[in-house]
Structures are given as C-alpha cells and as structure tokens.
Design a protein around this ligand. Structure first.
Ligand code: ZN
Length: 324
C-alpha cells in the first residue's frame, strides 16, 4: 500500500512521546487564587455552594496564606465582605476597610506575593449594585469617582495590580488618572474588559454577599449573546490604558479568549468563575466525574484558547495534582 493517509498516532504512542509534543501546559504561576476576607476574628466559614472556599477573618487569612504560599500560588485576588454597607459603598475606599487591611497584612508577610485588588462597589453598597444610584439606575460618571478613590486606597495599602470589575464606561481611564496623580504610575490595571451578565456568578454572589437588591446588572454587564461587543469593550479599555484583559466567565465564553488573543497583545486572563467551580465540585461529590481530569482539561482549555492567566478557585487542588 502506498501512503494514502497520515499517521497521527505516531506522536501519541507513549506517555513520553505525548509529553514531548504537548503544546500547552498548566503551571502554578499561571493561576490566580481568589480570597474572601471578612471582619471579626476566628472566622473560617465555608461557602456552602463552593466547597473548599471560605470567608476568612484576618487571623484565619494568615493561616490560609501559609498554605497558599506552600502550594506554590504566586498571585491572589482579594474580595472584601464588610459588615456595614451603605448607599455609596464607602467601605470600598476607606483606607482602613477590610480589603485594605487584608492587602497590607499579606504584603507585610509575603512581599513577593502578587496581590490583585478587585475594584468594585457592589460588595459595599446596601443595594448591591456596582455603582451609585441616581433615580434607580446606576450613575456611570458618579461611580467612576468612587472607583478611582477605591483604586488609590487599595494601591496605598500595597496592592500590586488594580482589577476594576464593574463595567462602567471609562473606568480604566478614571482609575489610571487617579493612580498616576497619587504617584502609582507603576501599578498596572487588570480590566474585567469582557464581563457578561451571567448566571454562572450565582455562588459568588452568595460568597461576596453582593446580590443586587433590585433589578439586575444587564445595563452594565454584557449580553451573553454578544461577541463583537466584547471586542469593542476590550478596545476601549486598551485605549484607556488597561495592562491586562479579563474574560469573565471563562468557560461558556472561551471564544472571547480566542478573539482577544487574536486582536490584542496584552496578557489575557480567563476567570474560571464560581458557578463553573460549583458544578464540578457537586458532580465530583456525587462520583459522576473525575474531578482532577475535568479541572485539568478545563484549565488547559483556557491555555489553548490563548489565556495567559487563569483566576480559579481550583488553584490549591491543582497544586496537589501537579505535584502528583
Ligand atoms: Zn460589582
């Protein structure tokens, strides 16, 4: 028989051969681990819909950080869950608020850890929206001022990266100018550039206690049906000075990771969100799936799509699996 077909299997014959030709890898340094800090002491409450993820008071955060560093995690993203909330989210930009305290604590103990601050108002507002309200609607430009203040306060506390997540128009430029004016020209912005109004955030809202008390976020977050709109969002953020671009959620929107990779040269970050995590955990607990294989396939899928970095609640588990 003359050669009439290709023999692809040659490169799959053994584990060593497969290792040799593997195109994408998940490495610990690609992973960003989210943390939820709360006020009080001795608090370590597991979030019911997110097994293995906790609300942590600062003393418990210190213990958790040891584990995180030992796991080889090099970057964390901080979410604060304050006790007191008000209409204008003042807990977000108070220099002594819980998020700022947590950032200071981590940077003091682990100066080499990259600490990313989620910059939004929804965890701090009593109405749960990501900005301030005017006649029952989120006021874009008024919200920018408070976001800029929040970013500066987080940078002062020691945050290495500011990650604005509230999808207000102009949030990157507002934060960039405020950081520069305050002497933080060296602090990069990781923009949630392409963020959808998604049902995959359900468990997170329980975790961050940030469900909107009325309405939804569809006037600022993107319609899950749209992809070209995401390119417009990303282009605006890049023009305004974004240093990283996030796609959130990751899994159902992997096309956007590909499209951003093709259109922009900034590092692309996929957010492997709470709902994606909860589904895997629930199915694994029922013995329906192989958790390790599902998670590793998902994460390498993000890498294949073109993500440089992945924000994931699975990071600690991945560390165990990579060590074997
Ligand atoms: Zn928000």
């Amino acid at each position: 028989m003359t050669q009439t077909f290709d023999r692809h299997r040659r490169l799959r014959r053994s584990a060593a051969m497969r290792n040799l030709v593997r195109e994408n890898h998940v490495r610990m340094e690609d992973l960003i681990y989210p943390l939820f800090v709360v006020e009080g002491s001795n608090v370590k409450n597991e979030i019911p819909s997110m097994p293995g993820v906790y609300h942590l008071s600062l003393d418990q955060l210190a213990i958790e950080m040891k584990e995180i560093v030992e796991a080889g995690i090099q970057s964390v993203i901080m979410f604060g869950v304050p006790e007191e909330k008000d209409a204008c989210g003042s807990g977000a930009y108070d220099d002594n608020a819980i998020t700022q305290e947590a950032i200071r604590q981590i940077k003091e103990a682990y100066p080499e850890m990259v600490v990313i601050a989620d910059t939004c108002l929804c965890e701090y507002t009593d109405h749960g929206h990501c900005g301030v309200l005017q006649d029952g609607d989120v006021d874009n430009d008024e919200s920018l001022k408070l976001l800029a203040q929040t970013a500066v306060s987080q940078a002062k506390a020691g945050a290495d990266i500011i990650a604005p997540s509230n999808m207000m128009d102009g949030f990157v430029i507002a934060i960039r100018e405020a950081l520069d004016e305050a002497g933080f020209t060296h602090i990069p912005i990781m923009s949630y550039a392409v963020k959808y109004a998604s049902a995959f955030y359900g468990p997170f809202r329980e975790a961050a206690n940030s469900t909107p008390q009325f309405g939804d976020r569809k006037s600022y977050q993107m319609d899950p049906s749209n992809s070209r709109e995401g390119l417009r969002e990303a282009a605006s953020d890049v023009k305004e000075g974004a240093d990283f671009l996030i796609v959130k959620p990751g899994l159902a929107f992997m096309d956007m990771v590909v499209r951003l990779r093709e259109n922009f040269n900034q590092p692309i970050v996929a957010y492997n969100v709470s709902g994606e995590y909860s589904m895997v955990k629930a199915a694994a607990a029922n013995g329906w799936i192989d958790e390790e294989k599902i998670v590793m396939e998902t994460l390498v899928g993000f890498k294949r799509a073109g993500a440089d970095l992945i924000i994931t609640y699975h990071a600690k588990d991945v560390s165990k699996w990579l060590k074997g």
